[in-house]
Design a binder for this molecule. Structure first.
Ligand code: AMP
Ligand code: MG
Length: 399
């Protein structure tokens, strides 16, 4: 058995970052920039009003209240419009270009109508009042984002604001997902004796999709060397990484590790962790293949511990791991010493004083998937007897 850390190290060494690609902004959410992104022009591109009100010459308003002639209207989206001369004002909307001659905007709340085409300015303005200057947000040529920036919705808004339609990023990793097992029925439908529905494939496809990557369904195959070989080869041809589940334990029909060994370079590990002890990791050509265990909870936990960090590295992320934080056990989380790290499915909630508290989310057998679904964290129980009620335990946050 090797430790979780050693397994992670070896896996990360075989999972280099994907080559960069230019993607349309809409496809780049969650991706990491692969170069420096600069502003193509100023934002805002022209002086414009921050308020609905009147564009004026500030000097005309000293000694307010004063009354000015309204000589036009400037709406957002129209050009510079009429000039504001001495004693004049232009009615202006938020975002409209400040007309020539004006050097301040008086907000509508500080004015009053004063007859036809006249406005009373109640408060004296200072030059520059309520005017947004060109380049005040972004200057042409300015660095917007350094390489390695994860693009969120706000980042995409910034890129759109400088008129970009595409950005060079590390693309989402295409991850093939394959289930193996004679007992598996791929979809709904009736079960014959001995059969179960394949739950790992929809779950793993969803984990990939939730991370913002591109899931590729490689289907469900029997415990059959030829069928597993064909499916993995299909995956290698179309995917950047492959997740299989089942067939990596020490049973008579566990062929995944046999196939991996034959097709590529395979390391078969027993990791000192529970659940998720069996793990066959290897490469076929340059494609990493994660042979995850079949038990659904083990499969998910193995994805979290080993596949997710590796896939994050492939997609250019600097932070690979889920956050681990201390929490207070509101009930005892017991275990027996066995040389392994145990991961207990827990529900973590913040209490009024901001501390995190955890409780078990249910039965901890590796076939009990519902308690995994209900958990939002895994309590890390080092080798020993677990943690007593009120004790502090480190938890890995899953959300
Ligand atoms: P294995 O790793 O193939 O020995 O499978 C371990 C356990 O996980 C067995 O009880 C399998 O029936 C179950 N299992 C394997 N693959 C799946 C799957 N795709 N969906 C649900 N259960 C599975
Ligand atoms: Mg099996």
């Amino acid at each position: 058995m090797i430790s979780v850390d050693d397994a992670r190290r070896a896996i990360l060494a075989a999972c280099p970052v994907l080559p960069p690609r230019s993607l349309p902004l809409a496809g780049a959410l969650g991706c990491v920039t692969a170069g420096t992104v600069t502003a193509a022009h100023d934002v805002p591109p022209f002086a414009n009003s921050a308020m609905d009100g009147f564009a004026v010459r500030a000097a005309d308003t000293t000694g307010a209240p004063v009354t000015l002639d309204v000589v036009g209207t400037a709406a957002a989206g129209s050009g510079p419009g009429v000039e504001v001369g001495p004693g004049q004002a232009v009615r202006i909307m938020t975002g409209a270009a400040v007309p020539p001659g004006a050097d301040a905007v008086v907000m509508v709340e500080s004015t009053a109508p004063a007859g036809t085409d006249r406005v009373r300015i109640e408060v004296a303005a200072c030059g520059g009042d309520h005017i947004r200057h060109p380049g005040e947000d972004l200057r042409s040529g300015q660095v917007l984002f350094e390489p390695g920036t994860e693009l969120g919705p706000g980042h995409l808004g910034v890129l759109a604001s400088v008129g970009l339609s595409a950005v060079t990023v590390v693309p989402p990793v295409r991850v093939g997902v394959l289930s193996t097992g004679d007992e598996l029925v791929p979809g709904p439908g009736d079960l014959r004796p001995g059969q179960i529905h394949d739950s790992n494939r929809p779950m793993l496809l969803a984990l990939v999709a939730q991370a913002g990557w591109a899931p590729v369904d490689l289907g469900t195959v029997a415990d059959d060397e030829a069928a597993i070989t064909a499916a993995i080869q299909r995956g290698v041809a179309t995917c950047d990484a492959i997740l299989t589940s089942g067939g990596v334990s020490v049973g008579d029909f566990d062929y995944v590790k046999v196939v991996l060994d034959r097709l590529g370079e395979m390391r078969w590990w027993q990791v000192a962790v529970r659940p998720a002890k069996p793990l066959a990791f290897g490469t076929v050509g340059l494609t990493p293949v994660f042979g995850l265990p079949g038990n659904p909870v083990s499969s998910l936990v193995s994805f979290e511990l080993f596949a997710r960090p590796a896939l994050r590295q492939m997609t250019g992320h600097a932070a690979l791991y889920r956050p681990e934080v201390p929490a207070i056990a509101d009930e005892a989380l017991t275990r027996r010493p066995d040389g392994k790290l145990h991961l207990a499915r827990v529900v973590a909630t913040a209490d009024a004083d901001g501390r995190l508290h955890v409780r078990s989310s249910g039965g901890q057998g590796s076939h009990l998937l519902r308690s995994m679904a209900l958990a939002n964290a895994l309590a890390l129980l080092p080798d020993g007897d677990g943690v007593d009620v009120g004790g502090v335990v480190k938890v890995m946050l899953l959300t």
